[in-house]
Design a protein around this ligand. Structure first.
Ligand code: GLU
Length: 417
C-alpha cells in the first residue's frame, strides 16, 4: 500500500508514486514486486589521477531498473550528492518515462559522486573513460545506452563512445547525446527544453490561456533551463526570472533570453545580468508568476515551501523536483503539476531518434527530428490528459498509470512475470 511520509528518500518517493497506481489497478503481487524493484545495480570504484599526480578515489553507479520494453536507457550525472538511492529513483523514472512517450527502451541511470567543477578537462576525461570501462560489461547498444544528465554533456558522451569503442569497435549507438560530428542527432541539445515547451503549450491551450498573457520563472540555466527559456520566450511567454547555482536574476518586464545566454557565456553565471534585479533560488520558487519551471535538481519543492508556491502551473523540467507530500499540497491548492516523466521526456525521445539513426547509419534533418518530437510529446500529453479527465486524477497519477500498465503488459507478454 502506498503510504505518504514527509521524509522519503528519492527512491521511496518514486516508489510511492508507483504504489499509488499499483493500488488503484489492483496489480498482482508478483508483478508489483518486479516493477517496484531494480534489475541490476552496480557501484564501481574509480581511482582518479589528478593533474598533480595524486589519486583520489571516487565512486560511480549504474542502476538498471526495468528492461521489459527494450534496452536500458538513461543519463549519467556527475554530482557530489549522487548516491545509489538517488540513482535508483532516477532509473525507475526512466522506465516510466520511456514507456509513457512510447520509445522502445527500459529505464536506467548512472551517477558519479564527484564535484565536476573542481576537475580540469583532462581529469574529467580520465574520470569518464574509467567509468565507461568499469561499466562496459553491462552496457551496449542493445543492452544499456547512456546519455547526458546533470553536469555531463556531448563531450562526455564522445569520451564514453571512444572508450567503449576501444574494446568493442566503433559503436556510436552505445551512447546518445553525442556531438553531431560523431553521430549525435540534430536537435538533441535542445530536445528536453523543446519538449517542455511543447507540453506546456498544450496545457495552456487546454486551460483557455495563451502564452503571451503568462509570466514564467525557471530554476536552473543548464541545458534544460536555458533551452526552455529560449524556446518559451520564442513562444511568447514572458520569462521574468531565471537562476543557476550562483543565484538568480529577475525583471518584471521580462528578461532578454538571448542576451542573458551571452552574459552567462561571458561570466559563467546568470547573476549580475545588467538591467535586472538579483534574486535567490528559494525566492525564485515563490515568485508571483503563472508558470514555474524547476529545471535543476530534485526535491526543491517540499512540504517546507509547497504552501508558498504562487504559480498556478508547475512544469517539472528537472527529475523529481517535487516530493510526494508537496505534490499532494499543490494538488489540494489547485496547482497543475506537469510531471517529470511527461514534461522532460523530450530528451530521451530524441535520444531514441539518435539511436535509430546510428543503427541505420542514416541521418535525419532537424525538421524531421522536431516534427517527430512534437508528435510523440503531444500524443503522450493528450493520453495523460484524457486519462486524468476520465478518472478524475491528477496528471502525475495519470502519467504513471499509463506507463506502469505498459511496462506490466510488456513483462507479462514476455513471460518475465
Ligand atoms: N538524462 C535525460 C533524462 O533524464 C535524458 C536521458 C536519455 O536521453 O537517455 O531524461
Amino acid at each position: 500500500m502506498a503510504e505518504l511520509r514527509d521524509d522519503m528518500t528519492p527512491f521511496e518517493a518514486v516508489t510511492y508514486f508507483f504504489d499509488t497506481v499499483a493500488d488503484v489497478v489492483e496489480m498482482d503481487p508478483a508483478t508489483r514486486a518486479v516493477l517496484a524493484g531494480t534489475y541490476r545495480e552496480i557501484r564501481v570504484q574509480i581511482p582518479l589521477r589528478r593533474d598533480d599526480g595524486s589519486v583520489e578515489t571516487v565512486y560511480g553507479y549504474r542502476v538498471q531498473h526495468n528492461g521489459a520494453r527494450g534496452p536500458y536507457k538513461g543519463g549519467v550525472r556527475y554530482h557530489p550528492s549522487a548516491s545509489l538511492d538517488e540513482t535508483r529513483a532516477l532509473a525507475a523514472l526512466m522506465t516510466w518515462k520511456t514507456a509513457l512517450v512510447d520509445v522502445p527502451f527500459g529505464g536506467a541511470k548512472g551517477g558519479i559522486q564527484v564535484d565536476p567543477t573542481t576537475l580540469s578537462k583532462p581529469e574529467l576525461e580520465r574520470l569518464t573513460r574509467r567509468f565507461m570501462s568499469q561499466v562496459s560489461y553491462i552496457v551496449g547498444p542493445h543492452r544499456d545506452i547512456m546519455a547526458p544528465d546533470v553536469n555531463t554533456n556531448a563531450q562526455t558522451m564522445a569520451w564514453m563512445m571512444d572508450a567503449y569503442g576501444q574494446r568493442a569497435g566503433h559503436t556510436p549507438a552505445v551512447v546518445t547525446g553525442k556531438p553531431v560530428e560523431l553521430g549525435g542527432s540534430l536537435g538533441r541539445d535542445a530536445a528536453t527544453g523543446r519538449g517542455v515547451v511543447i507540453v506546456l503549450d498544450e496545457v495552456i491551450r487546454d486551460a483557455g490561456q495563451s502564452p503571451g498573457d503568462l509570466t514564467m520563472a525557471i530554476q536552473g540555466f543548464g541545458n534544460v533551463g536555458s533551452w526552455t527559456a529560449r524556446l518559451a520566450a520564442e513562444s511568447g511567454y514572458r520569462v521574468v526570472a531565471v537562476s543557476d547555482v550562483k543565484g538568480g536574476t529577475f525583471s518584471e518586464r521580462g528578461l532578454d533570453v538571448e542576451q542573458l545566454i551571452g552574459h552567462q557565456r561571458q561570466t559563467g553565471s546568470v547573476v549580475e545580468f545588467p538591467g535586472a534585479e538579483p534574486l535567490d533560488n528559494a525566492a525564485l520558487l515563490e515568485l508571483d508568476v503563472d508558470v514555474l519551471v524547476p529545471a535543476a535538481l530534485g526535491e526543491v519543492i517540499t512540504s517546507a515551501n509547497a504552501d508558498r508556491i504562487r504559480a498556478r502551473t508547475v512544469v517539472e523540467a528537472a527529475n523529481h523536483p517535487v516530493t510526494p507530500a508537496a505534490s499532494q499540497t499543490l494538488g489540494e491548492r489547485g496547482v497543475t503539476v506537469v510531471p517529470d516523466i511527461l514534461a522532460n521526456a523530450g530528451g530521451v525521445t530524441v535520444s531514441y531518434f539518435e539511436w535509430t539513426q546510428n543503427i541505420q547509419q542514416f541521418s535525419w534533418d532537424e525538421q524531421r527530428v522536431n516534427g517527430e518530437l512534437a508528435r510523440h510529446m503531444t500524443t503522450a500529453y493528450r493520453k495523460v490528459r484524457d486519462y486524468a479527465q476520465g478518472s478524475g486524477c491528477d496528471l502525475r497519477h495519470a502519467a504513471f498509470a499509463i506507463a506502469v500498465q505498459r511496462v506490466a503488459n510488456a513483462a507479462h507478454l514476455r513471460g518475465y512475470v
